[in-house]
Design a protein around this ligand. Sequence first.
Ligand code: AMP
Ligand code: TRP
Length: 329
Amino acid sequence: MKKRVFSGIQPTGSIYIGNYLGAIRHWVATQAEFENIFCIVDLHAISIPQEPETLKAKTREIAALLLASGVDLKQSAVFVQSHISAHAELAWILSCFIPMGWMQRMTQFKEKSQKQKESVPVGLFIYPALMAADILLYQTDLVPVGEDQKQHLELTRDVARRFNSFYGQTFTLPEPSIPKLGARIMALNDPTKKMSKSEIRSAHAIHLLDSSDEIRWKIMSAVTDSRREIRFDASRPGIYNLLTIYQLFTGLSTSEIEARFEGKGYAEFKRELAEVIIESLQPLQSRYRALIAEANYVDSVLAEGASKVRSIAEKTLATVREKIELGTR
Ligand code: AMP
Ligand code: TRP
């Protein structure tokens, strides 16, 4: 029996190389080994305000990008979270088993809510309960994510353990799968911060659909330092981040890369890095353009994905309801 993989991505903003190198690439690389379920988490997306038309377009865009990145429908299901109502129902139930203190420790909430204070939506606070529901509904073994999701995974395991200890074995305890390299790609305009979707400044991130000129411009203006040597030195976050991106796209070792740029300057390295990224993304971009031109096809993939996995989610939810003795059936 293959182990089951589950992961999710929000249909907000534009997918950038952080998402790709930290998550999507690994989903694709290991899909033959596992039974895979990839979820476009639109209910999570609405924890911050979304324009309805944009949300719909982004949902399709991400589905097409996943397929263009190599997600193979023979090995993986792709579906939209809101198509399966069990997610919202289990999220509510789990939220009744999560102490406030656990939620209050979530650093992502603290960061995202900083500017909003009292007006921050309750949904943003209980976001991790919905994420736990996503994962636990499918009796997931492995969750491939970037490093920023580690704390949410720990909370998922804690609530699964707690529910299991009250009601007997119900949920599989999921393991996080976080890549050794690329789990935290940093922002180009500020390498001390994580590359993220919420930042709209244009030199912050490279999006998977950026043009060659945009990629060149962003890499050339990436913040580095005033040193010269091109070395993998974590104490120089700008150049270290760019070298990591170079390594992930080329597959070369650190010593091969250092040797290649021995005696060369940052500008030369950046020029080559930009070309490497452009070349790596080109095939993906042309597959994407073909797919997105067929919105009906993308929609049918998502409908099929939901019908493939719905019974797994409903079975888990039925077990949960029975254990708690909800209703009188
Ligand atoms: P999100 O865009 O927040 O839905 O994230 C989708 C996936 O990309 C998650 O697995 C994240 O952990 C991962 N991810 C997001 N930003 C980065 C980053 N800067 N570096 C590595 N992985 C990331
Ligand atoms: N919270 C995740 C993120 O922002 C997305 C997500 C939602 C997810 N549900 C999930 C990831 C379940 C893995 C498993 O990146």
